[in-house]
Design a protein around this ligand. Structure first.
Ligand code: SAM
Length: 242
């Protein structure tokens, strides 16, 4: 379980309401049962359930079993939210594939104007728990494409971070070559995938004029937006092993 609290032997930490409900109501756990708690700073610890009620509980941390993970791949995924629960699915798969930061982006042809940020953040925690990564990706609030591009290069987090734009038309570098170049120059990257309806011509024009943008191709077929998101992350993982 992801517990955002300082970890030390004998330390008590609170469970969230959802976690207490899951442990008590679904897993039928009781005080005295053991679990594994993790967070980015503390790593993974064995813990005893100390108290457990319907929607609250505490654990007592016993001993560290895994040291904090070395930082995973410093990869951002910028993507247009999708209908029908597919946004949650993108968050889940991007977490499994190691993304560090997930940025939902509002685009002209995007057909989902809002996201439930709490839900997406819960998806990311659940996916991190399932895939046993000791870090949870940052999920940012929905921002429009212009605001996202305006972050480069003023935002220190964007320094030396190429923005690879998945572009199914026009001149684009094969993704593998772009990833190899990025891993050779610091291992930071951001990937932007467009909405199901594609980028608007004005957006493509603006992206073409943006110096840190690198158009990348994902082969000769038109992929669904979620497929393209998984493809870019899977290629990165396959080439870097991260
Ligand atoms: N542009 C098409 C349209 O107008 O309907 C399809 C867009 S595609 C369904 C959604 C997104 O996936 C695109 O904006 C692009 O970012 C990415 N994508 C799909 N196929 C791709 C490919 N072969 N190479 C690079 N990116 C691709």
């Amino acid at each position: 379980l992801h517990i955002d609290a300082p970890f030390a032997a004998g330390q008590s930490a609170a469970l969230s309401g959802d976690q207490a409900h899951y442990l008590r109501g679904v897993l039928r756990q009781t005080p005295g049962d053991r679990l594994l708690a993790f967070n980015e700073a503390g790593g993974e610890w064995l813990a005893d359930i100390a108290t457990l009620a319907k929607s609250a509980g505490t654990v007592t941390l016993l001993e560290q079993v895994r040291a904090p993970a070395a930082a995973g791949p410093d990869i951002w995924l910028l993507f247009a939210p999708l209908k029908g629960g597919r946004t949650e699915y993108v968050v889940e798969k991007a977490t499994e594939l190691g993304a560090a930061r997930l940025c939902p982006v509002l685009t002209r042809r995007g057909d989902v104007p809002r996201v439930n940020l709490d839900r997406l953040r819960a998806n990311a925690v659940e996916a991190a728990e399932q895939c046993e990564r000791l870090s949870v990706p940052v999920v940012e609030p929905l921002a429009d494409l212009a605001a996202v591009l305006a972050r480069w290069p003023a935002d220190p987090l964007t320094q030396d971070r190429p923005l690879f734009v998945a572009a199914e038309t026009g001149a684009a570098r094969p993704l593998a070559a772009a990833v190899t170049a990025a891993t050779a120059s610091g291992g930071k990257a951001a990937f932007l995938v467009g909405p199901e309806g594609g980028f608007h011509p004005d957006e493509l024009d603006r992206l073409a004029k943006t110096p840190f943008v690198v158009p990348v191709g994902l082969g000769p077929r038109i992929l669904r937006a979620d497929t393209a998101a998984f493809a870019v992350l899977a290629v990165w993982q396959a080439l870097t092993g991260d």
